[in-house]
Design a protein around this ligand. Structure first.
Ligand code: UFG
Length: 330
């Protein structure tokens, strides 16, 4: 199947493109390269364009049978300070895409949604039917699109699967691609940068949470497992096709301190740590109920042990430094 992968030059999008190619599909990457990297586009052609370029978008859609839509801004904190930026890109541009799909007759879409649609969950692990109470414009923009896709399904016969990602991390086992955001805000790469001396330390945001060691607990999912869920999602849309949403997580979690310890053990070096206050907007615990993905998509995590996540990420960052790909600025 030919598949348009919006945001396919990004961290998750590039792993999705590789997973598609490994499964015998043909990814066509649609990315404006504002956040993505040209070097990450290795498994099919790149259309360098914005989702607001409707004519290019329509032309690209005419070549494909399905869409995997990952393009969008990803920084929760920034979305609180600049909500318009998030609504314009994550919401309005997604609308352009959905309209162009209707016009060109492309029915199937896997959408990159987020655990942030749940806000501060009342139940752990979080089931898909938990209340959707996003606490920032990032999560809200994703929630809007999930809802819009439900209406487009009844109005236009669209078939949409929203994958609610928990914490994506780790890297391609062949270190062809990996995480490289600028600025970087995610925990694991920042711990690794502290361990490699690229930044002075990692600051732990809050040590007074009601968890085993006082730090936040998250459901960390290996990016290659997450990428495979999209391929399973395409099969689900083709065979079943009922519009729905599904968590993509492991069903268990790790604290911030556990991640730091794992980097110290596997990296063989102490990680300088400072302790700071809680970060605004952080939920204490986010863990997926992961059974729907198994039942609906036949998907299960295979590579999401903390050891495999941390060791692939470490290998990737070493490789990126050695080959001059690294552009981290502390
Ligand atoms: N953390 C630190 N120090 C840091 C960075 C993070 O202690 O320097 C902590 C955070 O407080 C949090 C945990 O590490 O407890 C994970 O933080 P990340 O920023 O790596 O990830 P988040 O859980 O905040 O966000 C992720 C995705 C978002 C998504 C969200 C869903 O990156 O896109 O999960 O809630 F919206």
């Amino acid at each position: 199947m030919k598949v348009l992968v919006t945001g396919g030059a990004g961290y998750i999008g590039s792993h999705v493109s590789k997973a598609l190619a490994l499964a015998g599909h043909e990814p066509i990457v649609y990315d404006n390269l504002e956040m993505g990297h040209k070097w990450a586009v290795q498994w099919g052609p790149l259309v360098k364009a914005d989702l607001a370029d409707i004519a290019v978008l329509r032309k690209s859609l005419e070549q494909v049978e399905a869409v995997i839509h990952l393009a969008g801004y990803i920084f929760v904190g920034e979305s609180v300070k600049a909500p318009g930026k998030y609504y314009r890109n994550n919401f309005t541009n997604s609308l352009h895409l959905l309209d162009a799909m209707v016009e060109t007759g492309v029915k199937n879409i896997v959408f990159s949604s987020t655990a942030a649609v749940y806000g501060n969950p009342r139940e752990i692990p979080i089931p898909e039917d938990a209340p959707k109470e996003p606490i920032n414009p990032y999560g809200e923009s994703k929630r809007f699109i999930e809802q819009v896709m439900e209406w487009y399904s009844s109005a236009h016969g669209m078939r949409a699967l929203s994958l609610r990602y928990f914490n994506a991390c780790g890297a391609d086992p062949d270190h062809e691609i990996g995480e490289m955001h600028n600025p970087e805000t995610h925990l694991l790469p920042l711990i690794i940068y502290a361990s490699l001396g690229l930044r002075p330390s990692i600051q732990v945001f809050g040590t007074d949470y009601n968890t085993a060691d006082g730090t936040c607990l998250r459901d960390y999912i290996h990016v290659t497992d997450l990428a495979r869920a999209h391929v399973s999602g395409l099969a689900y849309l083709k065979n079943v096709g009922v519009t729905t949403a599904c968590n993509v997580g492991t069903g268990s979690g790790h604290t911030v301190r556990e991640l730091i310890r794992a980097v110290e053990t596997l990296g063989g070096k102490p990680v300088p740590v400072t302790e700071g206050p809680r970060r605004g907007g952080d939920a204490e615990t986010l863990v997926a109920r992961a059974t729907l993905a198994r039942d609906l998509l036949g998907w299960q995590p295979r590579h999401s042990s903390l050891d495999e996540i941390v060791s692939t990420a470490l290998r990737w960052h070493h490789h990126a430094i050695e080959t001059g790909l690294h552009d981290y600025r502390a």
